[in-house]
Design a protein around this ligand. Structure first.
Ligand code: RTP
Ligand code: MG
Length: 149
């Protein structure tokens, strides 16, 4: 079977506490909008430590798990559903590598992140994680369905 080159996808990003504290919400959303991604849903929420552990369950047991889940539950965060062609990979390219010292110039993390944990944004890494992460924060009524296409 031929796989289409361009897939219309949805992905979840989170504007993390370090970015919200430094008034970077607009800057981060602008970078995604300027890259042609469409906002389908957005809200500001504070998650509990337990919610953060559930969201990042794949990292349970790793050295940075405690620091990461404490950070994510420290202040409100902004989960956003974005859509676009190859949105999952496109968003990760715009974000840059996990640690800002490894991230390419012009990426969000290179330009704005503080360190490898306080790295300003999260982005889903696969179609399965995007579906799980979108459903973690949003129900179908909260998603702007007719925006796509
Ligand atoms: P994300 O899931 O947040 O989009 O980032 P990612 O795929 O680039 O990184 P991942 O390996 O999934 O790690 C998730 C988040 O954990 C924190 N982290 N800290 N060595 C460390 O201190 C370390 N490594 C990872 C980061 O906040 C990373 O985004
Ligand atoms: Mg990840």
């Amino acid at each position: 079977l031929l796989k289409p080159i361009n897939m219309l996808e949805r992905t979840l990003i989170i504007i993390k506490p370090d970015a919200i504290k430094r008034e970077l919400i607009g800057e981060i959303l602008l970078r995604f909008e300027n890259a042609g991604l469409h906002v389908l849903a957005m809200k500001m929420v504070q998650v509990s430590k337990r919610d953060a552990e559930k969201f990042y369950a794949e990292h349970a047991g790793k050295s940075f798990f405690e620091k990461l889940t404490t950070l994510l539950s420290s202040t409100p965060i902004i989960p956003v559903v974005l859509s676009g062609e190859n949105a999952i990979a496109h968003v990760r390219k715009i974000m840059g590598a996990t640690n800002p010292v490894d991230a390419e110039e012009g990426t969000i993390r290179h330009d704005l992140a503080l360190d490898g944990t306080q790295n300003s944004v999260h982005g889903s890494d696969s179609p399965d994680s995007a579906a799980r992460e979108i459903a973690f924060f949003f129900n179908t009524l909260e998603i702007f369905e007719n925006r796509e296409g």
